[in-house]
Write a protein that binds this ligand. Sequence first.
Ligand SMILES: NC(=O)c1ccc[n+]([C@@H]2O[C@H](COP(=O)([O-])OP(=O)(O)OC[C@H]3O[C@@H](n4cnc5c(N)ncnc54)[C@H](O)[C@@H]3O)[C@@H](O)[C@H]2O)c1
Length: 133
Amino acid sequence: MRLKDKVAIVTGAASGIGKEIAKTFVREGARVVIADLNQKAADAAAGELGDTRKALGLVMDVTNEQQVEAGVARTVEQFGKIDVLVSNAGIQIVAIWMVRFSPPAPCCSACTSRAPAEALSIWDRCTRRRHRF
Ligand SMILES: NC(=O)c1ccc[n+]([C@@H]2O[C@H](COP(=O)([O-])OP(=O)(O)OC[C@H]3O[C@@H](n4cnc5c(N)ncnc54)[C@H](O)[C@@H]3O)[C@@H](O)[C@H]2O)c1
């Protein structure tokens, strides 16, 4: 019960890693706000964790300042305070990276022989000077 009576907002907690974090927090005694894009999904995840004394589903797009402020206000209204913010929601853009590292034709030896970060910048140069893909 290391988080006993702590109040936490976990963003992106309707699924995936955020949901598992929220579960762990509740198991450790915290009260948790499941903040996610979709109210229905947030409610469903909160429902799995217990009643509204333990977990509350809230619609909160973390890119929308008004929704964040409203969510924070609602959390304080429901639980009286906020102790922890788990800023889990986010996006990871891998497509461009994957395309860059999967050239349609063999690149020059300089590209393949370098460490990834360095190769990326070399490929950037190659795409302009040699291969043009
Ligand atoms: N799963 C992995 O292997 C991995 C690896 C590295 C980083 N991450 C990062 O960890 C975070 C969670 O990953 P996951 O695998 O649990 O993802 P997931 O897609 O399973 O869950 C993400 C949750 O965040 C919510 N969400 C998305 N945009 C949001 C927004 N603007 N506001 C509020 N909620 C939003 C989604 O509705 C969803 O419920 C992401 O930022 C991801 O990029 C994941």
